[in-house]
Write a protein that binds this ligand. Structure first.
Ligand SMILES: Cc1ncc(COP(=O)(O)O)c(C=O)c1O
Length: 366
């Protein structure tokens, strides 16, 4: 007897990155875009002294939302917190889409978008990408809009592709879509975009375009992936609607305290971002010397192209060879990109170990 909703049976379960290939013991996890420094020492102190396990948290996360509002210079009543930005991505679909609606999702976009769409019975419609660096164009997005479109998710910058729509094109997109379509700009990697002048997180649009919302994460540059904390910047009416469906205590008191502490240590985020850019550039140089192509980006990962016809270092071969050396990277089969691998920027030690392996795969070596 069939019990689950039809749309749920079409969902392909999310596959996490930290899955070790059979029999491998890994020393270096470069599969999940995590912070190689862990978290700020100020957060560690909070974790050591936390005692409030017996009390329910503040369901409105007032202290944390005030801190976020202050740090990011946005009004307090436009901030909502969630158990990771992933929870917020789901809550948006639950609040704004239903069976029969279409939700636009970049082809090869973050896999949770399709899961969120299908979980409310909506239809994910994949926006095609162009050229060999898989660019997403505003014109193509607009051609995908139909009378049934209710939402657009944009990973901004993308995961796993890493590219983004520049400020002027984003403005054109926002001005071109009908106001009843919710545009979700997912800024999980926004902290790393310091070097791209044409990038904007989009916070400036929220006040004037009430159908534009921004999701942000504490999992990457803040190093709090294990605590699950993300936030939404949206018009107060949207926050009000989501508050009707979200779990009343969706962020724990420990997470709220850790979030406040993380925001107090801007130097930690800065150190993370500098390290990431430094080692990503070194990774790009190493790949170029080894004649392995990749998609240029500014995030804390690099997507490399290792096609099947290269018997010595195709994606499957590389994944297993690296795994045997204790380095785990992310295969992209789940994203229908079997010829690609996503490599997160890790510690100096991990990156040096990785470079030795990549260099040994150079097509100049016998
Ligand atoms: C593009 C993108 N959005 C959202 C998330 C979810 O992040 P969080 O840990 O805040 O739920 C991720 C996580 O990898 C991501 O890559």
């Amino acid at each position: 007897m069939k019990l689950a909703n039809d749309s749920i049976t079409h969902i392909k379960p999310y596959v996490a990155g930290n899955v070790t290939p059979d029999g491998f013991i890994f020393n270096h996890n470069l599969a999940s875009n995590e912070n190689p420094f862990g978290c700020s020492p100020i957060v560690s102190d909070v974790l050591k002294t936390y005692t409030a396990t017996h009390s329910y948290p503040d369901g409105n996360a007032i202290g944390l939302r005030k801190c976020i509002a202050h740090t990011f210079n946005v009004p307090f009543q436009t901030v909502l917190c969630g158990a990771g930005s992933e929870e917020i991505l789901h809550l948006l679909a639950r609040t704004y889409a239903t069976a029969g609606d279409e939700i636009l999702i970049p082809h090869y976009g973050f896999s949770v978008y399709a899961i969120a769409a299908l979980s409310v019975g909506a239809m994910p419609v994949f926006i095609p990408r162009e050229d060999d660096v898989l660019t997403l164009s505003v014109d193509t997005i607009l051609t995908c809009v139909t009378p049934k479109t209710r939402m657009i998710y944009l990973d901004h910058p993308g995961n796993p592709i890493g590219n983004f729509i520049n400020r002027s094109d984003l403005t054109r997109l926002i001005q071109s879509i009908p106001p009843h379509i919710l545009l979700v700009l997912d800024g999980a990697y926004a902290e790393y975009m310091t070097e791209d002048e044409n990038y904007t997180t989009g916070h400036e649009f929220v006040e004037h375009y009430p159908n534009v919302v921004i999701t942000r994460s504490f999992s990457k540059a803040y190093g709090l992936a294990g605590l699950r904390l993300g936030w939404l910047h949206a018009a107060p009416n949207i926050i009000n609607m989501i508050n009707r469906v979200r779990a009343p205590f969706n962020t724990s008191s420990l997470t709220q305290q850790a979030g406040i502490a993380a925001l107090a240590d801007h130097a930690f985020v800065e150190k993370t971002v500098i390290h990431t850019h430094h080692w990503r550039k070194k990774l790009e140089d190493t790949l170029t010397k080894a004649n392995i192509s990749f998609i240029p980006c500014s995030t804390n990962f690099t997507l490399i192209h290792a096609p099947e016809h290269d018997s010595k270092r195709n994606a499957t071969q590389l994944y297993h060879d690296l795994g045997r050396k204790g380095i785990i990277v992310r295969p992209m089969t789940m994203y229908q990109l079997p010829d690609y691998l996503r490599i997160s920027i890790g510690t100096e030690k991990a990156m040096k170990a990785l470079f030795i392996e990549i260099t040994s795969k150079s097509d100049h070596t016998p």
